[in-house]
Design a protein around this ligand. Structure first.
Ligand code: NAD
Ligand code: TYD
Length: 354
C-alpha cells in the first residue's frame, strides 16, 4: 500500500481518487483537515476498504511512526502543506510549521522506519515530495522556462517554505540515502480546488454575480496544468523516477491572469447563460512581491519518463467549470464562516460575500 499525506486537499484528493480508479493498491490518507482539507472530496470512497483515512499532522512524529509500523507502505507521496501565497503573506507562521518543520518531522519518522527495513523493501521504497515551480522565483518575459537546474530564488513565504522543505528532502537523500523524488509542478486547476485560488475563486464569484478581483495589471503569467495530468505525472515519477532526482511538470499553457479570467467568463456565458460575466472583472491592489511569470521546461519528464499532459487548457477549463456547475453541495460545504472571513479580509471592500 501507499501512504498519501494531505489527501483531503485539492491535488491530494484527486490523486487518491485517480489512484484507486486505476489500481487495486490501498491508500492510507493522513490529513490534518485544516481549512483546506475537505472530506467531501472523498465521499465517493465511503465504504471502500482500500481507502483508510487518518486525521493527523505530518509533524506528529510518533503518530507517523505508528502509522508506518502498522501499514508498512512501499511509498509515500507528500502533498500536505499550507499552499496559498496570499495566506502566507498575511500569516507566514503556519507555512513554517507545516511546510518546513512538518516535512522535517515526517522525514525523521520515515528515516527511522526505513533504515530498519530489510534490504529489498528498503531499496524499493520511494518518498515522493510534491513541490512547486514557485521555488524558482520569477521569470523575465522571454526567458526560457524553469528547468531542474534553475537556481532556487523563492520570493514569497509560501515558496520559501516549500524551498526549505525541498532542501531537507534533498539532504535526506544525499546524507542518509532515503530514496526521495521531488516534483515541481506549475499552477494546477480542476475539480475540488478550494475557492481561494484564482480559477475556482473566479468561477464561484462569477456565478454569484460578485466582482472578479484581478491583481495589479492582470498581466502576470502562469503555466496551467489540469490536476489529473499532475496526478499522472506523479504516478510516473513514483514508478520510474530515479531516486535523488527532481522532475519539473508543466502544461505548456502560459496565460496572463486576465486572459484566464476572460476565458472563464466565455465558457460560463455558454454553459450557464446569465449576467455579463466579463463586466464583473475588477482590477484590485496588487499582491506584495507578486511573481511576474512562471513557465516550465518539462523536457526531462517527457523524454525520460514519457509523460505528457492529456488536457489542453481549453478542454481542462471546460471540464473544471462543468464540475463546479454540477456540484452545488460541494460548494456549500466550503462556503463556511471561515471562508467568508478570509474573503472579507483579503478583498476588503472589493468583494463582499453575504
Ligand atoms: P491544499 O491546500 O488544497 O491541500 C493541502 C492539504 O494538506 C489539506 O487537505 C490540508 O488539510 C492538509 N494539511 C495541511 N497541513 C497539514 C499537516 N500539518 N499535516 C497533515 N495534513 C495537512 O493544497 P493543494 O493545492 O492540493 O497542494 C498540494 C501540494 O501540492 C502542496 O504541497 C503544494 O505546495 C503542491 N503544489 C500545488 C500546486 C497548486 O497549483 N495547487 C502546484 C504545485 C505544487
Ligand atoms: P493563485 O491561484 O493564488 O496561485 P499562485 O499565486 O500560486 O500562482 O494565483 C494565480 C495568479 O492569479 C497569481 O498571479 C495571482 C493572481 N490572482 C488574482 O489576480 N486575483 C486573485 O483573487 C487571486 C487569488 C489570484
Amino acid at each position: 500500500m501507499i501512504l498519501v499525506t494531505g489527501g483531503a486537499g485539492f491535488i491530494g484528493a484527486n490523486f487518491v481518487l485517480d489512484w484507486l480508479a486505476t489500481t487495486a493498491e490501498p491508500v492510507v490518507n493522513l490529513d490534518l483537515l485544516t481549512y483546506a482539507g475537505n472530506l467531501c472530496n472523498l465521499h465517493s470512497l465511503a465504504g471502500d476498504a482500500r481507502h483508510v483515512f487518518v486525521r493527523g499532522d505530518i509533524g506528529d512524529e510518533a503518530h507517523v511512526a505508528a502509522l508506518l509500523r502498522e501499514h508498512r507502505p512501499r511509498a509515500i507521496v507528500n502533498f500536505a502543506a499550507e499552499s496559498h501565497v496570499d495566506r502566507s503573506i498575511r500569516g507566514p507562521a503556519a507555512f513554517i510549521d507545516t511546510n518546513i518543520v512538518g516535512t522535517f518531522k515526517l522525514l525523521e519518522a520515515v528515516r527511522a522506519w526505513w533504515t530498519a527495513l530489510p534490504a529489498a523493501p528498503r531499496a524499493a521504497f520511494r518518498f515522493v515530495h510534491v513541490s512547486t515551480d514557485e521555488v524558482y522565483g520569477s521569470l523575465a518575459p522571454t526567458a526560457p522556462g524553469f528547468s531542474e537546474t534553475t537556481a532556487y530564488a523563492p520570493n514569497s513565504p509560501y515558496s520559501a517554505s516549500k524551498a526549505a522543505s525541498d532542501h531537507l528532502v534533498r539532504a535526506y537523500h544525499h546524507t542518509y540515502g532515503l530514496p526521495t523524488l521531488t516534483t515541481h509542478c506549475s499552477n494546477n486547476y480542476g475539480p475540488r480546488q478550494f475557492p481561494e485560488k484564482l480559477i475556482p475563486l473566479m468561477i464561484v464569484n462569477a456565478l454569484a454575480g460578485r466582482p472578479l478581483p484581478v491583481y495589479g495589471d492582470g498581466q502576470n503569467v502562469r503555466d496551467w496544468l489540469y490536476v489529473g495530468d499532475h496526478c499522472s505525472a506523479i504516478r510516473v515519477v513514483m514508478a520510474g523516477g530515479c531516486p535523488g532526482e527532481t522532475y519539473n511538470i508543466g502544461g505548456d499553457a502560459e496565460m496572463t491572469n486576465v486572459d484566464v479570467v476572460r476565458e472563464i467568463c466565455t465558457i460560463l456565458a455558454r454553459t450557464r447563460p446569465g449576467p455579463d460575466y466579463a463586466s464583473l472583472v475588477t482590477y484590485v491592489k496588487d499582491r506584495p512581491g507578486h511573481d511576474r511569470r512562471y513557465a516550465i521546461d518539462a523536457a526531462k519528464i517527457r523524454d525520460q519518463l514519457h509523460w505528457s499532459p492529456e488536457e489542453t487548457f481549453a478542454s481542462g477549463l471546460e471540464r473544471t467549470i462543468r464540475w463546479y456547475l454540477a456540484n452545488d453541495s460541494w460548494l456549500e460545504s466550503v462556503a463556511t464562516k471561515d471562508y467568508r472571513k478570509w474573503i472579507t479580509l483579503q478583498y476588503a471592500k472589493d468583494v463582499s460575500v453575504r
